[in-house]
Design a protein around this ligand. Structure first.
Ligand SMILES: [Fe+2]
Ligand SMILES: [Fe+2]
Length: 181
């Protein structure tokens, strides 16, 4: 038997005794309540990003920002996917995802800024992505090896936010070339 593993009898007893805790076992190294709290902030961040990108999508569409609008729409859908994955993880940790609209802007790391021109919209989205990238990186470092599943989830999301930021930077560069949109 491998020495670093708890003996089978103890493992089996623990699994049975704390069944109500679902996937949270003695090997879980973080405080689930704290992780849920942090994840609810990330959830609020994603929801604010969905709303901002949706607003930008419809507004850009109106000012003939065709390809920019499509990029905004794609980001909005991806942020919604992130929100869903985070909410799912919160329930796995026996917490409750907070979708209460009254506090979402306060809980969110990123801001909801409308912007009037395509350039303003892209810049605000880039700022929001950079905020998400920084706060998610900190969450990942904080989780360390205490909760590998949440960590992996946040790492996957971080990768997409980095892609988003890069897309936005490219859109900004394209804006300088006349006739692009
Ligand atoms: Fe996201
Ligand atoms: Fe993003």
């Amino acid at each position: 038997m491998t020495s670093f593993l708890t003996d089978i009898t103890t493992l089996r007893e623990r699994a049975r005794a704390k069944m109500a805790e679902g996937p949270i076992t003695d090997a879980y190294g973080a405080d689930p309540k704290q992780v849920v709290e942090v994840l609810n902030e990330a959830l609020a961040t994603e929801l604010v990003c969905v709303l901002r990108y949706k607003r930008h999508y419809f507004m850009a569409d109106g000012i003939k920002g065709g390809s920019v609008a499509q990029e905004f729409l794609q980001h909005a859908n991806e942020e919604m996917g992130h929100a869903d994955s985070i909410a799912m993880r919160i329930t796995q940790l026996q917490g409750e995802p907070n979708f209460d609209p009254s506090g979402i802007a306060q809980r969110s790391h990123a801001e909801y800024v409308e912007g009037n021109t395509l350039e303003e919209m892209i810049k605000e989205d880039l700022v929001a992505e950079r905020i998400a990238i920084e706060s998610y990186s900190e969450i990942i470092q904080w989780l360390g090896d205490k909760d590998p599943t949440t960590r992996r989830l946040m790492e996957d999301i971080l990768g997409v936010e980095e892609e988003h930021a890069d897309d936005l930077l490219n859109l900004l560069a394209d804006l300088d070339e006349p006739g692009t949109y």
